[in-house]
Design a binder for this molecule. Structure first.
Ligand SMILES: Nc1ncnc2c1ncn2[C@@H]1O[C@H](COP(=O)(O)OP(=O)(O)OP(=O)(O)O)[C@@H](O)[C@H]1O
Ligand SMILES: [Mg+2]
Length: 475
């Protein structure tokens, strides 16, 4: 079974200064994207590694990985994006210093800013049209609501969750912060819908397959946290892909349709003891841990038979193992066994040590120094972020090799359509030819306007593209 995957990450920008004036996100973003605009004449470009880099609304830089058909490639491409953004960050820092500013530009891989905005990490999974979309989302939604127990980034959130409807409960989470699984959960307002801003859904139903629409659809999951830990990313993407595999396989699955998924997602975000009982549409009840255990059993069966879409058997086995161990950690409250592999557990341990050092009560998360530690966890800025140090010290596990990541910054995945796009872009740059590309199209903006439509994301070789490349070399 094969599948195409891609991950989009929106980053936050912040600025800390000493004497000189404050710079806003728009200014920071402009500095960061100056080279990109020079290079692509736009702040929305595709790169030679097949990825898309652009400035999203609200001055959030976004990196969308090229199409991958294995999780190993996906992790490398995703991590390469962090490096690419760090280079732009260094440019922005140099530019503002040259203008006489004394501050530091921060690049944050998190999901919420202090003014109550949320930005995301979207997962894209190619799915088959043969499976009815509403059947797929109905089966997947309860899993996505519960998945934060395994792969949340860990967050300081208000003890009382926001209401889920107007006039019901507070509009934003209130009263003294607690440690929760995810900050993103409070920003979800619907299960499945095509709106993304006002009433943000868990699954975005906009039908934009970037592929042959008769065969495929692209499932756009927007509920996930931006993970720093690669092992957590692996579990996030791997577990979801395995559940999609299960649904697509047609195997009969226990229905877990939730009565009130949005209330559940908020309560679960604060439910470190995994006690919350979710009400099911059929009148029953379940805990998130019980549901995840059920899906784990089914997914383990697929992996044991080698019948999965992760593109790598060893990584699939690792997904199952980590899924099991994280579930056990949640159930027992002994988080140490996953405290180097799962973001929320890594962060929770860090907080516990810091609380001890500061002489704070273990239940006290209100100290502003903890808020700063939380930000530092998500800060990619050299000298300000702490996650790289945790990886180097062995306190956070890493899966990718630095050399593989360095290569992924320049070289697209070799087994998908991204290879064709990357090659086309590289050649066009070499020959200084004007071109336009998107996920599906490659076009030369010369008089002949030669173009190739690449509708099959699994296709990494194409004679039409070869001919186009040959023409470009002759130019
Ligand atoms: N056919 C496909 N199936 C699954 N994923 C795909 C497919 N084609 C492209 N992708 C992936 O989908 C992602 C698309 O990112 P992009 O940011 O352009 O999409 P979008 O979120 O729908 O658009 P926008 O952010 O502008 O609203 C990329 O990571 C890409 O690799
Ligand atoms: Mg996007």
């Amino acid at each position: 079974m094969k599948r195409i995957f891609g991950v989009e990450t929106e980053f936050g920008l912040a600025y800390t200064q000493r004497q000189t004036r404050r710079l806003g996100p728009e200014e920071l973003a402009r500095h960061m994207f100056r080279k990109v605009v020079e290079w692509g004449r736009s702040s929305n470009v595709f790169l030679p590694n097949g990825a898309r880099l652009y400035l999203d609304v609200g001055s959030h830089p976004e990196y969308a990985t090229a199409e991958c058909d294995s999780l190993a490639d996906l992790l490398a491409q995703d991590r390469a994006g962090e490096g690419i953004l760090l280079e732009l960050l260094a440019d922005a820092q140099a530019a503002i210093e040259a203008e006489g500013h004394d501050g530091t530009v921060h690049l944050l891989k998190n999901n919420a800013d202090s003014s109550g905005n949320s930005y995301g990490c979207h997962e894209n999974y190619l799915i088959r049209r043969t499976v009815e979309f509403s059947r797929l989302t109905t089966a997947l939604l309860p899993f996505l609501v519960s998945r934060q127990l395994l792969v949340g980034a860990g967050a300081l959130i208000g003890a009382v969750p926001p209401g889920t409807r107007a006039g019901e409960g507070p509009a934003t989470a209130t009263s003294g912060p607690v440690f929760g699984f995810s900050a993103r959960s409070d920003f979800m307002w619907e299960g499945v819908s095509s709106a993304t801003t006002r009433s943000r859904p868990i699954i975005n139903a906009r039908d934009e397959p970037h592929a042959d629409a008769a065969l495929y659809r692209r499932l756009h999951v927007i509920v996930g946290d931006s993970n720093r830990s690669e092992t957590t990313s692996l579990l996030k993407l791997g577990s979801a892909a395995l559940v999609i595999d299960l649904i697509e396989s047609g195997r009969p699955l226990k229905p877990f349709t939730l009565k009130d998924p949005i209330a559940d997602i908020r309560l679960l975000a604060r439910d470190l003891g995994s006690e919350h009982r979710m009400r099911l549409a059929d009148g029953g009840e379940t805990t998130a841990a019980d549901m995840l255990e059920y899906f784990l059993g089914e997914a383990a069966d697929l992996v044991a038979r080698g019948d999965h879409s992760l593109g790598d058997d060893a990584l699939a086995v690792r997904v199952i193992d980590l899924w099991q161990r994280t579930l056990t950690a949640v159930r027992t409250g002994d988080w140490d066994p996953v405290a180097t592999e799962i973001d929320w557990a890594i962060k929770r341990r860090l907080f516990a040590r810091y609380q001890q050092r500061l002489g704070l009560d273990p239940g006290d998360f209100g100290d502003p120094r903890l808020t700063r530690l939380d930000l530092a966890y998500h800060d990619l800025t050299p000298g300000a972020g702490i996650f790289g140090g945790l990886e180097e010290a062995g306190l956070a596990a890493r899966l990718t090799e630095p050399a593989t990541v360095a290569r992924a910054a320049d070289v697209p995945p070799q087994t998908t359509r991204a290879r064709l796009r990357g090659e086309f872009i590289r050649r066009a740059h070499e020959q200084q030819l004007d071109f336009t590309v998107d996920w599906v199209h490659l076009r030369l903006n010369d008089r002949a306007q030669r173009a190739v439509v690449c509708k099959d994301p699994f296709q990494s070789e194409d004679e039409r593209v070869d001919r186009l490349l040959a023409l470009m070399s002759d130019a």
